[in-house]
Design a protein around this ligand. Sequence first.
Ligand code: ADP
Ligand code: MG
Length: 863
Amino acid sequence: MRTRLTPMFRQYFEVKNRYPDCILFFRLGDFYEMFFEDAEEASRILDIALTSREAGGGQRAPMCGVPVANAAPYIRRLIEAGKKVAICEQVEDPREARGLVRREVVRVITPGLFVDPEGLSDKESHYLCALRPGKRWGLAVLELSAGQFRAAIFEDRRELVNEVFRLEPRELLLPENAPEDLRRELREGLPGLAFTPLPAAAFSEARARELLSEHFGVEDPAGLGFAEIPEALSAVGAVLEYLLENEREALGRISPPRPYFPGDYLVLDEATKRNLELTRNQFDGSVRHSLLWVLDRTRTAMGGRTLRHWLLYPLKDIAAIRSRQEAITTLLEDATLREGLAGALSRIPDLERLATRCALRLAGPRDLVALREALAALPEVRDLLAGKEGLISEIRERLSDFSHLEERLRRTLLDEVPATAREGGLVRPGVHPELDELRDLKENALRYLAEIEERERRRTGIPNLKVGYNRVFGYYLEVTKSHLSRVPKDYIRKQTLTNAERFITPELKEFEARVLSADERIRELEYEIFLGLREAVSGEAERLRQAARALGELDALVSLAEVAEENRYVRPEVVPEPGIEIVEGRHPVLERVLPAGSFVPNTVRLDPEEARLVLITGPNMAGKSTVLRQTALIVLMAHTGAFVPAESARIGLCDRIFSRIGASDELSRGRSTFMVEMAECANILHNATERSLVILDEIGRGTSTYDGLAIAWAVAEYLHEKGALTLFATHYHELTELARELPAARNYNVAVKTWEDRIIFLYRLQPGPASESYGVQVAALAGLPREVVERAREILSALERKAAAEPPPRPPAGRDHPRQLSLFDPYLPLREKLLAVDPEELTPRQALNLIFELRDLLVKSGL
Ligand code: ADP
Ligand code: MG
């Protein structure tokens, strides 16, 4: 069947066979056409009409198409639907082609190589990652739209997985033989992630060297810093190979890859990032009510991306933290400087992505105009920063001088330009002599046309004769029906309309040829001039990106200073020795959400010798989780160099922040929660050090009371022994006993007041365990019927009398020393089981089963 295809369809299949996994956009004139299965799929996704076309041998090919000039939104939708799109262009001029025009795929757009500004969010990075499993794991990270490229190694899989969760890439390249469960794990955390398997050979250090030397002029990657981390280099190789196949233009036109060292940053695992709501809330996944939402006042896209990056990569280097603090202090103290910068920054478009769009030859005239605006604002920023020290002066130095480029753009391009470069109307007069001449001719020609019209009217006596133009036969003279009798002999009839006829004359045709060639030549010249400009920018792309990144940092610093001033944050003292002291700290988000002045600040101290395990008890809704989270957020903010919501704070450098929220507190996720809870706990126990901050909120809830308490107890003991700084909020009142036995464990509770039958929440942390059980009051508050509340109160006091009368049961022996465990009622499970059944409802068989179960329980608990 294929042998009888038309030549065009033969060509189509030659191309399509090389890109079987892509939707092929096949250029035909002003359209990209899709055929066969591609057409069927795309017409469904894009909701466009499916037609068909003769494919040869009597068979018809299903077909649909989108206009080339407006293809971007369609491509965007296909990418969002998880497809890849291969763009196949005509690579020779149809007018010069003999036979069929040659066509080639010029780029493949994949989820990770997607750079359409309309489809990217300005303040978020959009990553493609390549992952090389092994004894050590290599990871390469490309942000194509910003031209950023970096790579790292990870000692084990968990670290690597954490990093992938932190980056939230759109697409992940991995070897075909990568473990299946790894994919599963990643997919679970990142449901939108596209996996692209590559042959294992693509992950090659040698190939990376070759491509780096060929396209980036890097003779030895050791010079870039990859000497000790070859695994990272082989991940880089896979990215380069992928670019070679899909986006050739990028090779050598993005920044060369740089190593980065995950050990330089605080480790934040996925659960912590999620629980602390750093960049998105857990309710609907948007930025609202996240930490970023409070801190982000950035004016530029670069600033937004930088600040987000800072929150996800808190520093571990005191000098670097302090230099950000210094810069914020400078900006805080100088309101004029801050306001001046805010004004200048708000006029700066996304320089980093604009420069990269030029380098990738994707930029249009309006991108160049936007870039010109960015450059025009630079001198003002530099002037404002003059005479400052430290980080600010470093940033100033990275803002190179681009006045020559700005000047050239200003001189060449009109103030306002059209969206596309092919139709002319971009270049100022006086830039190019030939262009000026042609434009002159065109303009005079218009006048000349008017003259012809006037002259012919006089000659023929037809008052409404007019000159017009159409695409089919060019310029014509139009005469209405009523005047046809006056048409002279030298007019040649071309077209008859209902009310008029159209004619041409030799004179008009000759004139037309001159004008039309001028038009075309003008378009050609303007396009060439545009390309020259774009290349000039492209040549500076790397320096432009450096400047853009410096602006991003500046913007982030200004933002942090503004937020600090407005919310009365203080500069935390960050010190090398472990320990945390936050005086009158506040929750940065909650204090903004609650009515002004209603948030109650709290003081938290964690000390390796005196109080490294702090247990917080109190009734539901008392504010336990809030204290925990605010502590973690303040510690994290301190490590980013930001100021913090407190009266004062002294924060010892941490290596990790862990947080685990008990299963039933985790509202938004429907995972097998207890298992997840325990897996995360295991991770904490394995990895926490005496430099880690651990936040445990109600762990052990996901299982029965007994189990849960036992686990919570053992976990707390273990962390105390390891020396991690731990805040542990719990509803297990029994755990408060720990403070009596462990030397550095302390009890705190969140104060409440009872008043009549009510609880008044004070939200104030105070030393000591919570004294009473408030469950019954909370139940009353929640509106349980009066009788039920009273009955519960009776039962409670009966239970309390019983507990007071009986001697505490013997504690089980710990590993080294016997431990005191009170309030453990060994018959509790039995009692719970029995009270849960209604004997009236039992079938004989169920009754028998129950007896077996109860007996089992007795045997298991050794009674
Ligand atoms: P718990 O974990 O003890 O059940 P939460 O920390 O979840 O309690 O707090 C419950 C609610 O109490 C919060 O949503 C908030 O509205 C309020 N709250 C908590 N802490 C404070 C505080 N320090 N000041 C004012 N309101 C608070
Ligand atoms: Mg809570």
